[in-house]
Design a protein. Structure first.
Length: 131
């Protein structure tokens, strides 16, 4: 197996475990039927991916294997877009159109904003490191 595939496998495993731990912890503390655990994972995963992509593509300090492990591996294992889609459908099937709409719209909008913030943070960090 190539080093890149091993990096993705390792990152995916750690990301998947992080998703379950954080998602369950948040959901256990949330009141109601809103899938807040998945919501938090999707937004923080978008923030992390935005940061990592901008930072690792612009910084020679990280190997290709490490970049792939963190982005494709960890973020891919961590984010839960398929779960988000299923939970939205479940809310729709239950007739809870208001919650389904709120969940879908805020998840997408905040995930995009979080990605933008991650890209911005990485850009600022790279500027402070520039000679």
């Amino acid at each position: 197996m190539s080093r890149l595939l091993l990096a993705v496998a390792l990152g995916s495993g750690v990301g998947g475990v992080a998703r379950v731990v954080l998602g369950n912890a948040v959901q256990a503390r949330a009141a109601g039927a809103f899938p807040l655990g998945t919501f938090v994972v999707n937004v923080t995963g978008s923030l992390a991916l935005g940061f990592l992509m901008r930072y690792t593509m612009a910084s020679p300090t990280m190997s290709t294997e490490m970049r792939v492990m963190l982005t494709t591996g960890f973020c891919g294992g961590y984010t839960t877009f398929s779960t988000f889609s299923y939970e939205t459908l479940t809310l729709i099937e239950a007739g809870d159109y208001r919650r389904a709409s709120l969940y879908a719209v805020t998840s997408v909008v905040l995930a995009i904003i979080a990605t933008l913030v991650g890209v911005w943070i990485a850009g600022e960090l790279l500027r402070t490191r520039a000679p």
